[in-house]
Design a protein around this ligand. Structure first.
Ligand code: CO8
Length: 263
């Protein structure tokens, strides 16, 4: 499936397979570079999928064999003035926030280059799976700009200040194995297998309580933005909230009855 160019003219494709929404950034000839049209379409797909109760998880991937997303579209940015750059950055940040705050888990299946805005898109996802040919980087300083879609904030929170500074200030790219060592991705699979692995992870998540999964995502995400004590407070609240949801009764009863829970 991966590496397949559809010839479809839409900049973002949305397919549903076994209760998993697959979002494909689809500008393979430009290595899926993010222009305003792509970001608008991505925002629309994220919005549409929020209220689709049958979906258990989302996957974001790139079309073609070479790239997840090779960054924001440099051709579109070249003529921008400061005001336009501010609003483009704000717009992209909002779209990536919608990825991070999405009630369903979002998995990045990274096939090839994830550079600049592409790395930032992957960073906004909950789980990152890299193919062996994946390359991550924030090359912005080489273009005379800085990461503008959340990279300075998310990369440092994810891999720590030292590793983030190393990547952002030098603009060097890291391969899949190094990304795994630094905690930038959680799995590396053979070239061409990232989407398949993401589908397997999504299927695993899909067998669990959707309510509990969404609350666990919320607890981790919001807890990281809070103090440790406030994070524990949030955890207690969301933990207790599960006891008012039918999934908790089904999950525990199924365990005691030695059968698989049906959520
Ligand atoms: N923008 C526009 N076009 C791109 C981009 C991009 N980011 N990346 C690749 N392309 C295009 C190329 O121009 C080329 O088009 P054409 O065939 O018409 O010449 C086509 O895709 C194929 O690319 P290459 O021929 O360069 O392919 P290579 O295999 O030789 O190289 C690379 C692949 C190494 C990925 C190379 O394309 C590259 O370096 N791309 C740019 C990577 C980059 O610098 N990305 C960061 C962009 S800046 C950014 O993302 C900032 C985000 C925050 C924005 C805030 C808003 C203000």
């Amino acid at each position: 499936m991966e590496g397949y160019e559809t010839g479809d003219p839409r900049p973002v494709l949305f397919d549903i397979e076994d209760r998993v929404g697959i979002i494909t950034i689809n500008r393979p000839r430009q290595l899926n570079a993010l222009n305003r049209e792509v970001l608008e379409s991505l925002r629309a797909v994220l919005e549409e999928s929020r209220s689709n109760a049958s979906l258990r998880a989302l996957i974001i991937t790139g079309s073609g064999p070479k790239a997840f997303v090779a960054g924001a579209d440099i051709g579109e940015m070249v003529a921008m003035n400061g005001g336009e750059a501010f609003s483009f950055s704000e717009f992209g940040q909002n779209v990536f926030d919608a990825v991070e705050r999405h009630p369903k888990p979002v998995i990045a299946a990274v096939n090839g280059y994830a550079l600049g805005g592409g790395c930032e898109l992957a960073l906004a996802c909950d789980i990152r799976i890299a193919a062996e040919n994946a390359r991550f980087g924030q090359p912005e300083v080489g273009l005379g700009i800085i990461p503008g879609f959340g990279g300075t904030q998310r990369l440092s929170r994810l891999v720590g200040k030292a590793a983030a500074m190393d990547m952002i200030l030098s603009a060097r790219t890291v391969g899949a194995e190094e990304a795994l060592r630094m905690g930038l991705v959680s799995r590396v699979v053979p070239e061409g297998a990232a989407l398949k692995e993401a589908l397997a992870v999504a299927a695993e998540i899909g067998r669990k309580s959707p309510y509990a999964v969404s609350q666990a995502k919320r607890a981790v995400r919001e807890g990281l933005l809070a103090t440790f004590d406030d994070g524990l407070g949030l955890e207690r609240e969301l933990f207790a909230g599960c006891f008012s949801h039918p999934d908790r009764e089904e999950g525990m009863t199924a365990f005691l009855q030695k059968r698989k829970a049906e959520f």
